[in-house]
Design a protein around this ligand. Structure first.
Ligand SMILES: Nc1ncnc2c1ncn2[C@@H]1O[C@H](COP(=O)(O)OP(=O)(O)OP(=O)(O)O)[C@@H](O)[C@H]1O
Length: 304
């Protein structure tokens, strides 16, 4: 007998979708674990939304399977408690208030009406709960979409470009919310076409281009790869360079500054200490994840 999968585990297994002559998703496989925030990244047209729609049973796969806790969406015993999703911030009834919109959904799902106010509060929309959705800004509609996704207190949260339309304070708020949901054991999958937008939010990334997986990794791993060196300032640059022999390095623009590639800052510190070299600065240079993302997806970009 197969072991029962964790109810929060998402498994995408050799998933493909053909739309006429376009292979929107092509033999894609990945797993998303509970307790993590995973970024689902790719350029425009890469196949992110199509994949999420297949996960949510809104589009039938041409082949392969996408399951949540071992079930295809349509087979989930209690879908609202299993999965909450926000695909796009439209499709709201413009003349209803945010509160009324959510109360209709509560009634349909057998949830108490007060749950509408609880989730509006959770997404910072309590002050606008009584306003018509038609008067909401894009960012407010995004928050309402998120509130809707959270209604059933689901184990898994699937969000398509949730940061769209949010201001910097909103993005930072979203980051904290998603991190706290993951810390509470939920599975969070968020799509984005900007790695830089989600790099501080996500633990893992699945990067796709032209419907295919190009990279799956921990963000920390990608950051280490994209790391563009360590700046070291010392009055004994020559001695340090000798002690670090073998490492790739060049002199910085200022005297006493060395730029070292491929050796972590901690290791440079250790070598300097062992060699009795005084350090005045040891700075890992800003990694440029977006550059790495572009390099990974280059030439296979989305628009087909
Ligand atoms: N219903 C459909 N009929 C035909 N083609 C479709 C359909 N839905 C998506 N596609 C095509 O499938 C490809 C993938 O689209 P998808 O919306 O999944 O990409 P995406 O990664 O979400 O892009 P974006 O970042 O621009 O939202 C595109 O070429 C798109 O035109």
């Amino acid at each position: 007998m197969q072991p029962t999968p964790h109810p929060g585990r998402i498994v995408v297994d050799r998933l493909s979708k053909q739309f006429g002559s376009i292979r929107a998703v092509d033999d894609l496989s990945f797993t998303v674990e509970p307790g993590t925030v995973t970024g689902f990244l790719g350029p425009n047209g890469a196949g992110k939304t199509t994949t999420l729609r297949m996960l949510l049973g809104l589009v039938a796969p041409t082949s392969g399977a996408a399951t949540i806790g071992g079930y295809r969406y349509a087979e989930l015993p209690r879908p609202l408690e299993a999965v909450g999703a926000a695909l796009e911030a439209s499709g709201f009834h413009k003349r209803r208030t945010g509160r009324a919109h959510l109360r209709v959904l509560c009634a349909a799902a057998g949830l108490p009406a007060r749950r509408a106010d609880e989730v509006l509060d959770l997404v910072g929309m309590a002050p606008a709960a009584g306003r018509r959705v038609g008067s909401y800004s894009l960012g407010m509609r995004q928050r309402l979409g998120l509130a809707q996704a959270l209604l059933g207190d689901p184990t898994v949260l699937i969000l398509d470009e949730p940061a769209n339309g949010l201001d910097p304070a909103g993005i930072s708020w979203l980051r904290d919310l998603l991190r706290s949901l993951a810390a509470a054991g939920k599975t969070v999958l968020v799509s984005s076409h900007l790695l830089s937008e989600v790099e501080q939010t996500v633990d893992d990334v699945v990067i796709i281009a032209a419907g295919r997986s190009v990279r799956q990794a921990r963000v920390a791993e990608l950051k280490a790869e994209a790391q563009s060196g360590v700046r070291v300032r010392t009055p004994h640059a020559d001695r340090l360079a000798t002690a670090l022999r073998g490492a790739e390095m060049r002199a910085g623009a200022e005297p006493g500054v060395l730029l070292v590639e491929g050796v972590p800052a901690a290791e440079i510190g250790r070598v300097a200490l062992a060699a009795g070299v005084e350090l005045h600065e040891l700075t890992p240079l800003q990694s440029d994840l977006q550059e790495l993302f572009l390099a990974l997806t280059d030439g296979q970009a989305g628009i087909r």
